[in-house]
Write a protein that binds this ligand. Structure first.
Ligand code: 5GP
Length: 189
């Protein structure tokens, strides 16, 4: 378990320390606002949400909880990356997509978009199945780190370029269960 120190409510995980950044209440309010936006946009279109495991389990559950009036489906995929033989280097494969997405509205559900490389690979892999449309809903977005042109359609909260944990986001597999979002403390600052 992460160890909570008495020092201003900080959390220590392995060799790093984290400070409170976004409370669980603030995060939930932001997710609710986003859910209302998505629910209105996709009314009558029966979209398929595709959550990207492991990190998106928390956000996907909260997002759908806040859109009870939308007729929709949800499924989850995992991303496997390996070094391919092509010059492009890393090849990304989606594991677990059993639904037919041809002609359907698809919404990728991510915990966080940083450089955008992961989401770009996922969109590329999904495009091969000819959906009617693909959009992205993410709990957190780091605009200063983002290095792609494709707009990130639905964002709950924009954050600065710092490593964060909690609410599904991990530190070496740990800390996904911390409520709210915690920001790493830069020991050299
Ligand atoms: P990207 O490909 O956009 O650079 O990064 C996407 C993935 O990197 C996320 O799905 C997440 O797994 C991981 N990631 C990026 N930034 C953070 C962060 O601040 N905290 C944590 N825990 N994971 C991050």
């Amino acid at each position: 378990m992460p160890e909570t120190t008495s020092d201003q409510g900080r959390v220590r995980s392995l060799d790093k320390q984290f400070a409170p950044f976004i409370t669980a209440g603030e995060l939930d309010a932001a997710i609710q606002r986003l859910a209302e936006e998505v629910q209105a946009k996709y009314q009558g279109r029966r979209p398929l949400f595709i959550g990207v495991l492991n990190g998106a389990y928390f956000f996907a559950a909260k997002l759908l909880e806040h859109m009870p009036e939308l007729e929709c489906e949800i499924t989850f995929v995992k991303v496997a990356s390996y070094i391919g033989t092509s010059s492009s280097g890393t090849v990304t494969q989606l594991i677990g997509l059993n639904e037919r997405i041809e002609g359907r509205e698809v919404i990728i559900v991510e915990d966080i978009v940083d450089t955008g490389n992961t989401i770009a690979h996922i969109m590329g892999a999904l495009q091969e199945h000819h959906p009617a449309g693909i959009s992205v809903a993410t709990m957190l977005f780091k605009p200063d780190a983002y290095s792609h042109d494709h707009p990130i359609d639905h964002v709950a909260l924009r954050i600065p370029n710092a490593f964060v944990i909690g609410s599904g986001l991990d530190h070496d597999g740990l800390c996904r269960n911390l409520p709210g979002i915690w920001r790493i403390i830069d020991e050299h600052a």
